[in-house]
Design a protein around this ligand. Structure first.
Ligand code: AHG
Ligand code: MN
Ligand code: MN
Length: 322
């Protein structure tokens, strides 16, 4: 197979050189975070800090370090205006609001509860453009995202990217410190035989989710007429990556317990980028009522219900909600 590096791929696919530059900065951040994750025990970076993030969650040392890496790698980029990070309450302005300048929304370390148990974690990001010179216009609109992606720090480190038309996956080659295209045109398999949901929340679910999961669990003799397997990694990146490779559906629905907060997962740097990726890979993504990328953000850390994966499952769940 011809070896295509991320740099060569971006020169062909990013459209604007400035966007290619920004994605290189993000890739460089992900490479650094991959190294930090690899040596976290050796460097004494396991356990928790005394710091609390904007969501009231105790931060891990690597949540903070990974955020600093993103800021360092990306804020030197002259075309970037603003950073929206899971770990920072306020939007960080690195350059004045200017029409057309980039906005980067990111989750520096996703699934960070997995760090101390040496399971996969990741980073998630979405790039949009400021629609005017007004700082009021900074919150991305899902339909206008330029690019979304994630890095997964697993047995290998991968970067998965979309500009909206297809999804391409790159693997970090440690011998050259470059990302190499290894998974071109990733597609969500249309037939799902796996679902991912945190079953410990079952008592809080609404009737639609109760009956969807119960039908999956009935297997071949139930209404779905096939057996489903279940996986839950507590890292959205790892669950979405599995769905892109092997198929299935991921659910973190709004439920009776998280409803007051609007759900669990964050719209701008978890749900929206993953929705763009899954849709570009031929799958579907909904909050139960409307496509996830149509959910309007009114605050940077807004939460949402998330259901995404194989098209057929999403259609089924959406029909059940309506
Ligand atoms: P983060 O580590 O960035 O806070 O994200 C964790 C998210 C998501 O990755 C995962 O699917 C979910 O929270 C796990 O939730 P549970 O703790 O309910 O399993
Ligand atoms: Mn996360
Ligand atoms: Mn995180």
């Amino acid at each position: 197979m011809q070896r295509i590096t991320l740099t060569e791929y971006l020169a062909r696919n990013a459209g604007e050189a400035a966007l290619a530059d920004l994605i290189e900065c993000i890739a460089s951040a992900c490479w650094s975070i991959s190294n930090l994750v690899n040596v976290s025990a050796l460097a004494g970076h396991q356990g928790s800090t005394d710091e609390i993030n904007p969501h009231g969650e105790v931060q891990k040392p690597l949540d903070i370090l990974a955020d600093e890496v993103f800021v360092r790698s990306c804020s030197a980029n002259a075309n970037l205006s603003a950073l929206i990070s899971e770990e920072v309450e306020e939007i960080t302005w690195v350059n004045p609001a200017q029409t057309g300048a980039y906005v980067l929304a990111y989750d520096p370390l996703d699934g960070s509860s997995n760090l101390d148990v040496d399971l996969s974690v990741g980073s998630i990001f979405a790039v949009s453009k400021l629609r005017s010179d007004s700082a009021e216009d900074v919150l991305p609109n899902g339909r206008n995202l330029l690019c979304s992606g994630y890095a997964i720090y697993g047995p290998s480190t991968m970067l998965v990217l979309t500009f909206g038309d297809q999804v391409d996956g790159f693997t970090l080659d440690d011998s050259t410190d470059s990302f190499v295209l290894t998974h071109p045109n990733m597609k969500v398999p249309q037939q799902a035989c796996e679902f991912a949901i945190n079953v410990s929340r079952q008592r809080h679910w609404d009737e639609t989710i109760q009956s969807y999961v119960s039908d999956c669990l009935k297997g071949a003799v139930g209404p779905r007429q096939k057996a489903f397997n279940m996986r839950w990694t507590a890292s959205m990146v790892a669950d979405v990556h599995r769905i892109l490779i092997r198929g299935g559906v991921f659910l973190y629905p709004i439920d009776a317990e998280n409803a007051a907060a609007g759900g669990k997962l964050r719209l701008l740097y978890e749900a929206m980028p993953m929705a763009m990726i899954v849709e570009a890979g031929g799958g579907g993504a909904t909050d139960g009522r409307i496509p996830l990328i149509d959910v309007v953000a009114t605050t940077p850390h807004q939460r949402t219900s998330v259901i995404l994966g194989a098209r057929e499952e999403i259609d089924l769940i959406r029909a059940a909600y309506s």
